[in-house]
Each structure stands twice: as C-alpha cells, then as structure tokens.
Design a binder for this molecule. Structure first.
Ligand code: GLN
Length: 500
C-alpha cells in the first residue's frame, strides 16, 4: 500500500488485537525512551559525581534533577499545542527527535563543558516528541474501540524496554572506568537516530494520522508558520539554559506555566460548544491533577532513591552481586515489561465477567500500591546494619509493588486522555497529562531535597533515617489520595458519561 491508500477508516478497522502501525510507533518510542532514560539514569549520579567540575551536593543534585525533569515534561505541553495548531504530530515528532540527537551529541563532545546546553536541547526535543507519539497511538483507534487500552499497554511495554536498555547501557558506560560519560551520551544519540530512521521508513503507513492541521492553507503560508515554530524553539535555548542553571528561575517558571496552562485549558474548554465534551474535559482534568501527586512520589526513583541506592544499600540481590543503582534504574522497567501484558489479560478477563474496575478506580488502586511500596521503602530501615547499609532485596520488592501502581495509572492515563479529548485538542491534552508529570517531577525534587541530610558528611545511618522517615510520610499521603479518588469515583464517572 502507498500512503494515499492508508485512509483513517482502513487503519482503524484493523483486524486482530493490535494495528500494525502500533508496532512501528512502539519501536520509535522504544528508542526515544532509551535515549531519555539513559540520560535520566546518569543525571543525578553524573551531577553528584565529585570527580567532575560540576560536582554538586546531594541536595543540589536532587533539586537540579527535579528542575531538569520538570522542564522536560513541561515542554510537552508546548509541543502538544504546536502540534495541534501548526505542525501536526508527525513533523513535531521528527523535529523533536533531531533536537534530542543534537543535544546528546553536544554533551558527548565534552560532558563537563556542554552538559547544560545539551540538556536544554533534550528538553526541547522531548517536548516535541513525547506527547505527540502517544496521541498518534490514540488515533489508531475508533471511538469506543475496546482494544485501545490494550494498545496503550503494549506501547507502554515498548517505553519500558527502551527505558530498561537505556538505563542499563548508559549507566554502565557512564560509570565504567574504560568508557565514561561521553560514551553514555553518544550511545543515546546513536539509538535515538535508529528510532527516527524507523519512524521515517514507516510513517507512510500512518496515512493521514498526524498530518498538519493546516493542510488546507496555501503551502507557502503553512511552511512559513512551521519555520516560525522551529525558529521559536531554537530561540528559546538560552532562556531554558538559564532557567535550568539557576533553580530560582525554575521556580518562577513552574509557578507560571501551570496557572497559564490551566487558564488556556479553561479557554479551550469554554470554546467547545457541546456541554458533554466540556464535562469530559473536566473529567480529564481530575485525572491530570491526581497524577501530579502520583508522579511526585513515584519519581523519587531518579532523585532520592538513586542516592539512597548509591549510599545505603548492600549490593546483594537474592544471591547475586549487583550495583544497587543498576537495580534502581532498571527494575521498574523490567517489571513493567513482564507484568504489563499480564495485567492486560487480567483486565480483559475481568471485563468478560463485567467486574473490570473503571478508570477512576484503577487510578485509586494505583495509589494504594504506591502507598504499599513506600511503606516497604520505609521498612528497609529495619534491615539496616550498624553501617547504615540495608537490604537490596526489600528495596527491589518495593519496586515491584510500585510498578503495579504505575500500571494501574500511567498507560491507563494515556488512554483516557485520548478517549476524553476532542480531536482538535488531543495534543494539548496529552501535553497537559505530561505537564502534570512535570509538576510531579518538580515536587519530587523538592521532596527528595527535603529528605536529604543538610550535612553531606552525615553518617549513613543518619541518611538512612532521614530518607526512610520521608518514605513513611509519602506512604501515608499516597494512601489518603487513593481513598479520596475511590470516594470521588461516582462523581468523576458522571462527568465521563459513556467513556469507561
Ligand atoms: N514511564 C512513562 C514514560 O516514560 C511515564 C512517564 C510519565 O508520565 N511521567 O513514558
């Protein structure tokens, strides 16, 4: 088939469980996530690494980590809007991918000198890439197609295969004496290029999905608008650069972008003529707001849990010797890959018996797992020896539990965004979903910094106590959030109407 024979109808009326385009998007996203999680995996260790000129205290590394991650996800909101209004998903994705490659190559050239410039490019690139590929997954399905959640479940496995490989390979290169940080960032660039090439060769099969919304405009006018977006993105480099270097500016940015996004959301919601679709958008907002709390806790994984793993864990898992940071960076992804398909089967079996929980309840369950996981992180203190080192087994168990929470919330969240958003706002809504992650990341950095010892030379026992005290608090808050969601569920379901 050539691209013109792929109509929306022919794509969406696929037979079997998954449309073949899903596999192509799966592969593209998998390589992008390799690059992203590779970068993320080494970020805190790299910044806190005393050998490098960047050397930061644990507290600053936590804050900076939160700031960088917050920016990455905040830009998805902007990337989503530009895709809706001007570029379309396909061009946004391609542009974003190129910028990410450039960012990683720049850091690889000289990690100490170009770290912040490269990270700035990664932030912009991810903003254009990440929300728009997820929106395209949603477009592969007709409204009401019961296979959509399974599609997002599969897509989520792709995300995590990439995350797993990226976390392992980049941390290995970065921390190895024979290779070092340049190899870590260069491998991310190479892999991202593979992702983009995959997309280039398969995008024909997406037919009209992800085309620019301005196809009716004269070509000159359209291209001018596109170029303005590209230039605008590049012009923003020095601003983002400044803001990640100075965490005070990050604060101002985060105070501003959320309220502005909310106002913009209200404006677009009021523009919707149909009260039914307004209600659905409101329901989507409830999911988005709760997800902020979820990610704030969950994302301790890249900040405080990375430092906890570095300082306070034995390196014995079952009876194998393993670097606890590799466990920290990879176990979650590994568990998602194993359990995401199984959970999909469980939802299907429950659906057959008409006992499948609806999306609101799934979110609530997600929080309950989150609470249980943080309780286990807290409980690790009771396995600690006199040096403040504790059990990697218990730590890994907590990751298993947190993963179930994630699976009940994150792929389901992507899917529900595409179910509740009108077509003209789908990029923006996906962007808002990830903007919530940005706030989650930001809050995660603050929470992590709050838990870290003010004194970097504090004993490991003190560090252990401070971190685990913090984890106990998080367990309690997660439990409360889960209960509130479950209580609110009838109300939210009313807003969702026929959507499940
Ligand atoms: N782990 C998922 C991903 O990388 C979800 C991240 C998020 O929404 N914060 O896509």
């Amino acid at each position: 088939m050539n691209s013109s024979t792929y109509t929306l109808e022919s794509i969406q009326s696929f037979e079997g469980k998954y449309p073949k385009q899903l596999w192509y998007l799966f592969l593209t996203e998998m390589w992008e996530r390799f690059c992203f999680y590779g970068m993320r995996g080494v970020l805190t260790i790299f910044m806190a690494d005393q050998i490098l000129g960047l050397s930061l205290s644990d507290k600053d590394a936590n804050l900076k980590y939160g700031a960088i991650q917050a920016f990455v996800y905040a830009f998805t909101f902007i990337g989503g809007i530009f895709a809706d209004k001007i570029l379309g998903f396909k061009k946004s994705l391609f542009f974003g991918g190129l910028v990410m490659i450039a960012g990683n190559i720049i850091i690889a050239v000289s990690p100490q000198d170009f770290f912040y410039v490269g990270i700035t490019l990664s932030i912009i690139g991810t903003g254009f890439f990440k929300p728009n590929i997820s929106s395209m997954v949603g477009d592969l399905y007709k409204e009401g197609d019961p296979r959509r959640d399974a599609g997002f479940g599969l897509f989520y496995s792709g995300i995590n295969i990439g995350a797993l490989l990226g976390g392992a390979v980049c941390v290995y290169f970065g921390t190895s004496k024979d290779y070092g940080w340049s190899y870590a960032f260069m491998s991310a660039a190479v892999v991202m290029s593979i992702g983009l090439i995959t997309f280039l060769f398969t995008k024909k099969s997406l037919g009209p999905i992800g085309d620019s919304p301005l196809l009716d405009l004269p070509i000159k006018k359209r291209v001018t608008k596109e170029i303005i977006v590209y230039i605008g993105a590049l012009v923003s480099i020095p601003f983002i650069f400044m803001m990640i270097k100075n965490t005070d500016y990050t604060d101002y940015f985060m105070y501003t972008i959320g309220p502005v996004a909310l106002l913009y959301f209200i404006y677009e919601t009021l523009k919707e003529k149909d009260i039914k679709s307004q209600k659905k958008l409101l329901a989507a907002l409830v999911f988005i707001l709760f997800s902020i709390a979820f990610w704030a806790f969950f994302e301790q994984s890249g900040g405080s849990l990375a430092l906890f793993a570095k300082n306070n864990l034995h390196s014995e898992l079952l009876s194998f010797q393993i670097n606890p940071n590799i466990v920290n960076n990879t176990s979650n992804a590994l568990f998602v890959i194993i359990f995401s398909p199984l959970l999909g089967l469980l939802w299907l079996a429950m659906a057959k018996r008409k006992i499948e929980p609806n999306t609101v309840l799934k979110f609530g369950i997600g929080f309950l797992f989150l609470a249980a996981a943080f309780y286990i992180f807290y409980y690790t203190r009771f396995f600690a020896d006199a040096d403040g080192l504790t059990s990697l087994n218990a730590f890994t168990l907590a990751y298993l539990v947190i993963t179930f929470g994630e699976l009940a919330l994150s792929p389901i969240g992507l899917s529900i965004m595409t179910k509740l958003s009108p077509k003209r706002l789908s990029g923006m809504m996906m962007g808002l979903w990830f903007l919530a992650s940005a706030y989650g990341q930001y809050a995660a950095g603050l929470l992590g910094a709050g838990m870290s010892s003010p004194d970097d030379n504090a004993s490991l026992i003190t560090k252990l106590q401070l971190y685990t005290d913090g984890y106990q608090q998080l367990a309690i808050y997660a439990l409360i959030a889960g209960l509130i969601l479950i209580i609110l569920s009838p109300l939210v379901r009313k807003l969702m109407q026929e959507v499940k």
